[in-house]
Design a protein around this ligand. Structure first.
Ligand SMILES: *Cc1c(COP(=O)(O)O)cnc(C)c1O
Length: 395
């Protein structure tokens, strides 16, 4: 089933876009909104727009809309900065909540920036802290009473392997650890119920499945009962209880706004706000069902036609997010050959070809067409051409 939303996106002819897990396409409404924000609001209203266009509350208004997609109640999500910053904020706040514990536990395969930010935080606060990394399969056992915070990406960026959010949160909390979920590959992709899960924090970006555009601001969720207590390590003025009192002493807002830092990126936030319109009336259960259907079809077709490729995602659909990865020794060149033929996915080292499935604008017919092209590129070894061998800076 194709959800009848494709017309809401600007997609070039002849492209089958299987990279919405990395950078979502342009929603048509975003262009009009950017124009309004720039021309009428910035151009016409000038500084008055902070009030007249209510720019000042845009981070939390957009946060509430994202909250609706991840099962988080109003007033628990705000937006701004980048995901790397939000990871740092959540981790720093979590460590303050467990001052007697010195271990941050994460997945050795986690997205590098999550690990770098954890290491950077540790280097700043003191060497008696430790970042402990184990594999997905060892995670439950690795949660001990030494662990202050468990930082995990719900859906692995390379393999698409998905943690059981409820199960893992329960294990962390049973041992007294604070649970932080990175929803970079979950928000807008799979069903997430933050409120029911009970995890303390979640963070995510909005330029992947939420189609907010390159550099779109990140989001952070804090469990409602903690919002008035978490200590914001990045104590910026926009998180102050009364930013325009210009008080020389910091006192955090008693709302989720305490997780704001500085002046919000209004143009990008407006674009994101408009991009979120494509979700109006969409049920995440339907998105998930359509994504699973396309992923299963894709795996069956590619495995049948291309024995050279090895499935690098879980075969069990319940353990997989909304992407399918195949390992192939010549994966980089093969992906360049596919992109040249309109099938846009991406490559992650050492040998992973990634394909994302986004039911808002893809259907079974796209999957079958993509499989035809993959079969041709792999079967005829079209990737051998010289021009596909040179690596660009962004893969
Ligand atoms: C995409 C992604 C990021 C990117 O972080 P930015 O600060 O937005 O560049 C971080 N973590 C995970 C798990 C990701 O998938």
């Amino acid at each position: 089933m194709t959800l009848p939303r494709k017309h809401l996106f600007e997609l070039p002819d002849g492209v089958i876009y299987l990279d919405g897990n990395s950078l979502g396409p342009l929603p048509k409404g975003a262009m009009a909104r950017a124009q309004t924000t720039i021309e009428a609001e910035w151009g016409g209203e000038l500084i008055r727009a902070w009030n007249s266009a209510d720019w000042i509350s845009l981070p939390t208004r957009v946060g509430d809309r994202i909250g609706a997609l991840i099962g988080a109640p109003a007033g628990t999500v705000t937006t701004g900065d980048t995901l790397s910053i939000k990871v740092y904020q959540a981790l720093a706040a979590a460590l303050k909540m467990r001052p007697d514990r010195k271990v941050i536990l994460s997945d050795a395969g986690n997205f590098p920036t999550d690990l770098y930010m954890a290491q950077g935080l540790i280097d700043t606060i003191g060497k008696d802290y430790e970042l402990r990394l184990v594999s997905h399969d060892e995670m439950c056992e690795a949660v001990t009473d030494e662990v202050a915070a468990v930082l995990l990406t719900h859906v692995d960026y390379r393999s698409g392997e998905m943690y059981s959010m409820e199960g893992m949160t329960a294990v962390a909390q049973d041992h007294g650890a604070v649970m932080i979920w990175d929803l970079a590959h979950s928000a807008g992709a799979v069903q997430v119920e933050m409120a029911r899960t009970g995890a303390e924090f979640a963070v995510g970006c909005t330029y992947k499945y939420l189609n907010g555009g390159p550099g779109a601001p990140a989001f952070i969720y804090v469990r409602p009962d903690l919002i008035g207590h978490v200590e914001p390590a990045l104590a910026g003025w926009m998180g102050h209880d009364a930013p325009f009192a210009m008080d020389p002493t910091y006192s955090p807002a008693m709302s989720i706004e305490r997780m704001r830092v500085g002046t919000p990126p209004i143009v990008q936030l407006s674009i994101l706000d408009a991009a979120l319109d494509v979700w109006d009336g969409v049920r995440m259960a339907d998105i998930r069902a359509a994504s699973v259907d396309m992923s299963e079809l894709f795996i069956a077709e590619v495995e049948a036609r291309c024995p050279q490729l090895t499935l690098a995602s879980p075969a069990d659909l319940a353990e997989r997010g909304s992407q399918v990865s195949f390992a192939f020794e010549h994966g980089y060149a093969a992906m360049q050959a596919l992109i040249d033929r309109g099938v846009i996915g991406d490559f992650r080292p050492p040998d992973i070809m990634r394909f994302g499935f986004t039911p808002l604008y893809l259907g079974r017919e796209d999957v079958l067409r993509a499989a035809d092209i993959i079969e041709e590129v792999i079967g005829k070894e079209l990737w051998r051409e010289e021009k596909y061998q040179t690596r660009s800076r962004v893969t």
